[in-house]
Write a protein that binds this ligand. Structure first.
Ligand code: ZN
Ligand code: ZN
Length: 252
């Protein structure tokens, strides 16, 4: 079974996701954690609470999302270093889709210009911090090890942040809730393929996109060059095509 098909849910308590840094001001009413009065929930956890991970209606956890995206980035760079264009998984590229091919070319460029630093991050032993375990044991580390400290270290390199923006752009290009469900493997309203999504579904996905564009690295406490981040965000926005809404375009 492919690792991208990991269940997005986990049993551990929300209290371990609490962050003292809150950057989303528009959700302040729900910021107080009922289990832990006086402490604040992580903003990404709050955004993800709008979604469901499975038919059991569990919420997707941010560690799983972090793991999913970092694996998607590594998968993309692995494909590029093997000279392949992925046809399956969440990073599937439809070679007949100009927007997707354009994103893929940007990822190729990021790889070419940063082969050394990217190769270091791609090595199997550069996984989540595991405190003296063998490489074999580390391979078994699950998404729960993709905590903020690991993600902060992973995204401390600018090429990885740029790759992140391209992967998010790939997930959101030719935007539709159905396509986002397919790419992210969690759901706005239902996991049924034939569900009719609503405006509210669109809002949820666009809120998550805003989070990625504006708060993700800040909440990980990653030092970023704000100017660069802004320009890639503008590019990101202009490439969104909100009118092309068809799951048929996915070509998974
Ligand atoms: Zn997929
Ligand atoms: Zn929906």
């Amino acid at each position: 079974m492919d690792s991208e098909y990991q269940d997005f849910t986990d049993p551990i308590s929300d209290s371990s996701f609490i962050s003292s840094d809150i950057h989303l001001s528009n959700i302040s009413s729900s910021l107080l954690n009922a289990n832990n009065p006086g402490r604040l929930k992580n903003p990404l956890t709050l955004v993800l609470e709008q979604f469901i991970a499975t038919s059991s209606l569990k919420k997707p956890k941010k560690e799983f999302l972090n793991a999913y995206i970092i694996r998607a980035i590594k998968r993309a760079f692995r494909s590029i270093s093997n000279g392949k264009i992925p046809k399956k998984t969440c990073i599937a590229i439809n070679v007949r889709d100009n927007i997707e091919m354009n994103i893929w070319e940007k990822l190729q460029r990021i790889f070419r210009l940063n082969v050394d630093s990217i190769s270091k991050k791609m090595m199997p032993e550069v996984g989540p911090l595991t405190g003296g375990k063998s490489a074999r044991e580390e391979k078994k580390e699950g998404p729960l090890s993709f905590n903020n400290a690991f993600c902060k270290e992973f995204f401390s390199d600018e090429p990885m942040r740029n790759a992140f923006q391209e992967i998010i752009q790939l997930f959101y290009c030719n935007f539709s809730p159905a396509r986002c469900c397919e790419r992210f493997r969690f759901y706005c309203c239902s996991e049924k393929a034939d569900v009719i999504h609503t405006d509210e579904c669109e809002d949820k996905w666009l809120r998550l996109k805003d989070y990625f564009s504006m708060s993700y690295f800040e909440d990980l406490d990653v030092e970023t060059n704000q100017g660069l981040q802004t320009s890639s965000f503008e590019e990101f926005q202009s490439d969104l095509n909100l009118d092309t809404v068809s799951i048929d375009n996915l070509q998974l």
